[in-house]
Design a protein around this ligand. Sequence first.
Ligand code: CAA
Length: 384
Amino acid sequence: MNFELTEEQLMIQQAARSFAQKECLPGVIERDELQQFPKEQILQLADLGFMGVMVPEAYGGAGMDAVSYVLAMEEISKIDASVSVCMSVNNSLVCYGLEAFGTEEQKQNYLVPLARGRKDGHLYIGAFMLSEPEAGSDATSQRTVAEDKGDYYILNGTKNWITNGGTASVYLVIAQTDASKGSKGINVFIVERQWPGVTVAAKENKMGIRGSDTHTVMFTDVKVPKANRIGEDGFGFTFAMRTLAGGRIGIAAQALGIASGAYELSKHYAKTRKAFGTAIMNHQAIAFKLADMHTRIEAARLLCLKAAWEKDHHLDYALSSSMAKLYASETAMWTTVEAVQVHGGYGYVKEYHVERLMRDAKITQIYEGTSEVQRIVISRSILK
Ligand code: CAA
């Protein structure tokens, strides 16, 4: 067993750390307050190759491994989880889905610019559309319908809580094509936002990750060429599950970053803040909190890296990614609540960052499968 990172992985970790400090930290509080999408930061990430980290260079990506992806996601999430969720969805749901299951034509048309994060110089990112008003955890209950008309489909329905919903140029839309076939009657389509019949509703006013761009998107009689269906007829649900297995590594790494960001701020504060005549780190009540944070974060990190390592070695990583996502997101929530406590009154005001990290942590227990859904996946896997 080797816990050492390679030189390349260390370089990527360093690049992500310095990008987060230099480009994401300034203005992070204001972007959160104003719910401002971090467009400049995403364009810079694109130019660093971080919007298509694992996509082969031949398809516009950086050709790096999943371990590097986890390292980069952790560093960026320490500072701004609104930036990292945009990166995660584009990388592990959209680019991975196209790279693993798309045709050559789909890859040339869509994957190449998505992995570069730019087309004709402009921002070009994707969104993944599974959730609906009545289909969140129960993902097979799709109400969005795609009617087969020969060489095209007609798409009708509504998708909710879509990350990158207002900014993405390309949507991967999961829709039902034959209700009688259950999970086998579901397909996935590449839909361009500019096509007639696509309507983007107002941005959601969220508790956390407020800079990220979350919208409801409606489809009314949208004509989708058959060439834009991914995979064989009926592949959509398997596509969603396989893609989400990788997506959960990304969100686990995001949660890990939120937790480590809160821990680093708490450690610094505990060394500098004095109470009862000494730095508060010298009080066991605080020192033990930091010890628990450090231990839980290290356990979460090992789970994330193991899932990524399994992906890099072409092993089945669905169980590991669910365990990583479950544990890292619970760790993020617990750590950030404790971080606010360590900071006392300062923790409750925006300038100290930890209240934002606490709000951001909550979503990691919900999106890309709630903690309850991860427990379904884990228990079914270990008990089968
Ligand atoms: N790989 C391949 N196939 C899989 C699979 C996987 N990982 N998981 C399930 N399947 C297959 C099953 O084998 C089954 O096939 P058969 O019918 O041939 O047996 C079929 O898919 C249906 O599976 P289940 O019977 O297990 O389906 P279920 O209705 O019981 O649901 C579930 C299982 C795990 C709860 C699933 O619905 C699920 O993961 N729900 C959560 C969805 C989710 O993560 N949503 C997040 C939205 S995306 C998002 O948040 C993005 C963002 O913007 C940040």
